[in-house]
Design a binder for this molecule. Sequence first.
Ligand code: ZN
Length: 141
Amino acid sequence: MGHEPNAHERGADDDLPASDAEWRSELSEEEYRILREAGTEPPFSGEYVDHKEDGSYVCAGCGAELFDSETKFESGCGWPSFYDVDDGRVETRTDTSHGMRRTEVLCGNCGGHLGHVFEDGPEPTEKRYCINSVALEFDEE
Ligand SMILES: [Zn+2]
């Protein structure tokens, strides 16, 4: 059995899957549910909630660099939380699902759902990017 390169190893510059069927074959069931169907992992379940190593977090869907470990903080909310992100790495849009008005965070490269951003984070941005571990992969520095 050969090792199939995952999205991360292929690099961010490769062509993105063009259809839901292609995404389905690229991603695990849980990755697909979160990245492509805007699902949410259960709080405190994700592998990066308490992750403290130095490096960067990349999109599990396409490998694009998203968040830096320097902006990660302990929010206590149960999901990996970041207070900042470089321009262009993510996109946001208003999400009114589940009877709430929230700001959805999407990968700026592949449009995959990452999580939500709230206005109750620490200084200097006061933002809290609340991101699913499943939508991330970690790159050690
Ligand atoms: Zn992506």
